[in-house]
Design a protein around this ligand. Structure first.
Ligand code: F6P
Length: 504
């Protein structure tokens, strides 16, 4: 695709026109900018007023979105068209939480998901009636990060009916640390793997099975239930299915959310789905110019392709959301870390920036120096909650004042006669406020990010739903196991030297 056909050159000319504009200047020159650049969707409020585009540049972004037929793209997603073209699959995580499409594939997916949730409710009730106190969830990537985030965000200050623990890393130290304080007689385990072929989960599953002394209290979630049952001799009634039309990083809404249901109750899990469904309706039905997923996705495209910014941070001003950056790293970077378009041709513009971040206010005392005065500009999402649920009102005020202060200082900077004390400003951010942290608002927030990712993928013309890039490392690791055991020789000379050192 030529640069002019790509639609990105227009954005770059707007960026050149705006290169001398300050964020404060944009606010002064555009009366009504604050209202025009803010959106409220259910429990979510977001303001883009501190992004570095003006109304004309925003029109150019919208024109790009229309040219890419974002509205049609949403329709195709919700209808269960096989938009994951490289794997020939539909992508129907939206059908797990709502029925916004009359298309047969979507209706069928919605119905089968409801049946599985019913079964899951039964399993939650049976476990609640047992003497089990602790749950160990074994999985990695999409089979871990979503449940881990939601459980950590929504669990109360005291343990609920169950304490839920997670093992993901293949490093045996992870399993050892989780299991050491637990009592195998009072613990049940959930092995979560879409494929049930993932090395980490199979190895950690075997550790947990042996530690439990059998498979009686092991549950499994998989798109390959037969393999799950056979690998660990798990009775069929304790195996919950998922399907190839649910991507791993989009799967917390399926039975992959079983640990969530155990931590916050099945009703809480349903509220999480309802919050996501509410956002789904917004994403699908609201016109592009007032659509929050579109706004968020196009702002990301602006920062990447018009301003050329190579990383993006997410800062959570709510300790309970501390795992959000880790979750988003997989959601965003596994989805958008692509260099070829759907047809295999090279992309016309840079795709995903590096996503990273952390929890405020801690990170203010670590990497914020670089955000304020480093040579690189890092656009950021600041996520906070209006209402806190702890009894420490003064701390909540301090937390919020820090969120406000950081976004203001990053945007406006400060001059000084001393070059060491100059803050250049011009550092864009989006502030996202949740009314309160509830299953519903968290569901909406995560759905917003999912749909923003989809918007970006459609603009870039890439497939957000495959992840071939993670395969090569897995293959090489498998091939190197015999060399590590001394049964063969590594062909790469650096690897061979390292293996010699590892083997002593
Ligand atoms: O690391 C790649 C990946 O395939 C992720 O996309 C996926 O979420 C994770 O591995 C775990 O896969 P599975 O659920 O099949 O064990």
């Amino acid at each position: 695709m030529s640069a002019s056909a790509s639609g990105f050159d227009d954005l770059q000319s707007h960026a050149a026109r705006l290169s001398g504009a300050s964020i404060a200047g944009l606010l002064k020159d555009e009366p009504g900018r604050i209202e025009a650049q803010a959106l409220q969707v259910g429990p979510l409020y977001a303001t883009f007023a501190r992004q570095r585009y003006d109304a004309r540049a925003w029109e150019a972004l919208l024109a790009l979105g229309r040219q890419r037929d974002l509205a049609g793209a949403f329709r195709r997603l919700f209808d269960g068209e096989k938009i994951n073209v490289t794997e020939g699959r539909a992508v129907l995580h939206t059908a797990l939480r709502g029925d916004l499409s009359q298309a047969p594939a979507a209706r069928e997916a919605h119905a089968v998901a409801a049946e599985v949730r019913q079964r899951m409710r039964g399993l939650v009730e049976a476990l609640a009636a047992s003497d089990v106190t602790d749950i160990v969830s074994v999985g990695i990537g999409g089979s871990d990060l979503g449940p881990r985030l939601v459980v950590d965000a929504l669990r109360g200050p005291l343990p609920g009916r169950f304490r839920v623990h997670f093992i993901s890393n293949v490093d045996g130290a992870a399993a050892q640390r989780v299991l050491a304080p637990l009592d195998p007689k009072r613990t049940a385990a959930i092995f979560i793997s879409k494929t049930f072929g993932t090395q980490e989960t199979l190895l950690n599953g075997a550790i947990v099975r042996d530690w439990l002394g059998g498979s009686e209290r092991i549950y499994a979630v998989s798109a390959n239930p037969g393999r799950a049952a056979a690998s660990f001799d798990i009775a069929a009634e304790r195996v919950l299915p998922m399907w190839d039309w649910v991507g791993g990083r989009y799967s917390l809404w399926s039975a992959v959310g079983f640990p969530i249901a155990l931590a916050i109750g099945m009703d809480g899990f349903e509220e999480l789905l309802a919050g996501a469904a509410q956002f789904d309706a917004h994403a699908l039905q609201v016109p592009l110019d007032s659509n929050l997923a579109v706004r968020h996705g196009l702002a990301a495209v602006w920062n990447r392709n018009a301003l050329g910014l190579a990383s993006h941070a997410v800062m959570t001003y709510d300790q309970r959301l501390a795992l959000l950056p880790a979750y988003l790293q997989q959601l965003v970077m596994e989805s958008l870390g692509k260099r070829v378009r759907l047809d295999g041709s090279p992309v016309a513009a840079d795709t995903v920036p590096v996503w990273w971040g952390g929890a405020g206010t801690d990170v203010q005392h670590s990497f914020f120096q670089a955000l304020h005065q480093g040579t690189g500009i890092v656009p950021a999402d600041f996520v906070g909650t209006v209402r806190n649920d702890d009894p420490y009102a003064a701390n909540h005020e301090a937390l919020l004042s820090n969120l406000l202060a950081q976004t203001e200082a990053l945007a406006n900077g400060q001059d000084s006669g001393d070059p060491h004390k100059v803050y250049p400003g011009g550092r864009p951010s989006t502030t996202i406020l949740l009314d309160a942290l509830t299953p519903q608002s968290l569901g909406a927030l995560l759905a917003m990010y999912e749909h923003s990712v989809y918007v970006q993928s459609v603009v870039w013309g890439i497939n957000a739903f495959d992840q071939f890039g993670v395969e090569l490392g897995k293959q090489v690791a498998n091939a190197l196991l015999p060399a590590l055991r001394g049964e063969s020789k590594a062909t790469d000379p650096v690897t061979a030297a390292l293996i010699a050192r590892l083997r002593g």
